[in-house]
Ligand binder design. Structure first.
Ligand SMILES: Cc1ncc(COP(=O)(O)O)c(C=O)c1O
Length: 402
C-alpha cells in the first residue's frame, strides 16, 4: 500500500527533478564483490576502482575478514546497548589502546563513525567562554560539529582561510580573552589531497596557547613512513593535542572512528559526549576487523610504501598524458574540470571504459571547481593503473581535454 504524497514529498520531488535537469543528481553504484583494485559493479561487470578510501587494500585482506568473522562467532552481532550501560567488550579496549599507540597519543576512544567523533569533540569539550577556529576547507563533519557546539555550548566559532597561518595567528590574537582556544584542521584535505601545514599550525597554536585538533581520516595508514599519519609525516609524533580519525578508510574500511589524545580528553568524552552516551558502540565484528587492520599496517609498512609509489606513478602518468592533476604527495589525485556537469560526464565516460572515478561538484567543492577525484590504493597493480591511464587518455581526447 502506498500513502498519498505529502507536501514535503512534492517539494522534494521537484528539487530532485531540478538536480537531474542540472546534471548534479547522484546515482548509487552497487558493487557485487569486495572493495579491491577491481570489483564487480551491478550492470557494468568488472571495473577498476579509483574512487575508494581503501588505501591499503585491507578491507578484504584475509586476516581482517577472519578477525571480523571470529568476533561475530565469539561475541555475536552487536553490543545491544550504549557503552556505559552494557555495550563494551574487551575488544573495544584493545582496539583503543592500539589506536592510541598507532597515532602517538596517551589514549583513544572509539565511536561508530569519525563523523560522530568530530561532532563529539567541540560540542563536549568546549564551553561558553571558549573559541573554536576551523580551516575553511575542513570536512563537513567538522563544520557540522562546530555548528552543533555553538548551539549546545554557546562557544564562539570562526573560520580561518585555508592553511593560512597568518590569518589563524590574527584570529587567535583577537581572541585573547577566551578561556580555551581550539583549532581544528583536516590532516589531509579530502577534496584536494593537500597536507595541512602541521609545523606552522603547531607553532601558531603554541604561541596562543591553543589546543590543536587534527582530523587524520585521510592520513591514518597513508602518511608517514609507517602510516602513522600527518604527525609522522612531519616527524612530530606525540605533538598533536587531539587526533580524530576513521576506521572506514585505510584501517579496514568497515566503519567507525576515534578520538585520540590525553587520558583526560578521552575520559571526559566517555563521561559526557552525547554520541557516546546515547548511541550503541562499534559492533565487535568491526572492532576486531579494525584491530586486525591496524596490526596488518604495523606488520607491513611496505603497504604504505607501495601506496606512495602507486600515487606517484598515477599522478605522473596523468601529467604525461597532458592532464593537470593538482600537485601533491597523497593518493588523492584530483583533476579540476570546472563545471559540475563536466565532472559528472567525465566520470560516466570513464565508467563506460571500466574505470570507476567519482565526479564532485558544488556544493561538495566550490562553484566552478568541479573535479574528478582519483584515489589509488596499495592494492592496485601496475596493470590496473596502466589500464586506467589508457581510459583517461581516450576520454580526455574525446572531451578535448588533452
Ligand atoms: C576528513 C574526514 N573526516 C571525517 C569523515 C567521516 O568519517 P566516517 O565515515 O568515519 O564518519 C570523513 C569521511 O568522508 C572524512 O573524509
Amino acid at each position: 500500500m502506498t500513502s498519498r504524497p505529502t507536501t514535503l514529498d512534492s517539494r522534494l520531488q521537484s528539487d530532485l527533478e531540478a538536480f537531474k535537469r542540472d546534471g548534479v543528481y547522484k546515482r548509487l553504484n552497487y558493487l557485487a564483490s569486495p572493495q579491491a583494485a577491481r570489483t564487480v559493479m551491478e550492470g557494468r561487470g568488472e571495473v577498476i576502482i579509483l574512487s575508494s578510501n581503501n588505501y591499503l587494500g585491507l578491507s578484504n585482506a584475509p586476516d581482517v575478514v577472519a578477525a571480523g568473522r571470529k568476533a561475530l562467532e565469539d561475541l555475536g552481532a552487536g553490543t545491544a546497548s550504549v557503552r556505559f550501560i552494557c555495550g563494551t567488550f574487551a575488544i573495544h579496549r584493545e582496539l583503543e589502546q592500539e589506536l592510541a599507540r598507532l597515532v602517538g597519543t596517551e589514549s583513544s576512544l572509539s565511536f561508530v563513525s569519525c563523523w560522530n567523533a568530530n561532532e563529539a569533540v567541540p560540542g563536549t569539550l568546549l564551553g561558553e567562554e571558549d573559541l573554536v577556529l576551523s580551516d575553511q576547507l575542513n570536512h563537513a563533519s567538522i563544520i557540522d560539529g562546530i555548528r552543533l557546539a555553538k548551539a549546545i555550548t554557546k562557544c564562539q566559532t570562526g573560520v580561518y582561510k585555508h592553511a593560512d597561518l597568518a590569518d589563524l595567528d590574527q584570529k587567535l590574537a583577537a581572541a585573547k580573552d577566551r578561556r580555551v582556544k581550539m583549532v581544528i584542521s583536516d590532516g589531509v584535505f579530502s577534496m584536494e589531497g593537500a597536507i595541512a601545514p602541521l609545523p606552522g599550525l603547531k607553532e601558531v597554536c603554541r604561541k596562543h596557547n591553543a589546543v590543536l585538533v587534527l582530523d587524520d581520516s585521510h592520513a591514518t595508514g597513508v602518511l608517514g613512513t609507517t602510516g602513522r599519519g600527518t604527525a609522522e609525516h612531519f616527524g612530530m609524533l606525540g605533538e598533536v593535542d587531539i587526533i580524530t580519525s576513521t576506521l572506514g578508510k585505510a584501517l579496514g574500511g568497515a566503519a567507525g572512528g576515534f578520538v585520540a589524545g590525553s587520558a583526560a580528553v578521552t575520559d571526559y568524552l566517555t563521561q559526557r559526549a552525547r554520541p557516546q552516551l546515547f548511541s550503541n558502540a562499534l559492533p565487535p565484528t568491526v572492532a576486531a576487523s579494525s584491530l586486525a587492520a591496524v596490526r596488518q599496517l604495523q606488520a607491513h609498512p611496505e603497504l604504505v610504501t607501495r601506496l606512495r609509489e602507486n600515487a606517484t606513478y598515477f599522478r605522473n602518468g596523468l601529467s604525461a598524458l597532458g592532464f593537470k592533476p593538482l600537485p601533491g604527495e597523497t593518493p588523492i589525485i584530483p583533476v579540476i574540470l570546472g563545471e559540475t556537469a563536466h565532472a559528472i560526464r567525465m566520470s560516466e565516460m570513464l565508467l563506460e571504459q571500466g574505470v570507476f572515478v567519482t565526479g564532485f561538484g558544488y556544493p561538495v567543492v566550490p562553484q566552478g571547481q568541479a573535479r574528478v577525484r582519483c584515489q589509488v590504493s596499495a592494492a592496485h597493480r601496475r596493470e590496473d593503473l596502466d589500464e586506467a591511464l589508457s581510459a583517461f587518455a581516450q576520454v580526455g581526447r574525446r572531451l578535448g581535454l588533452i
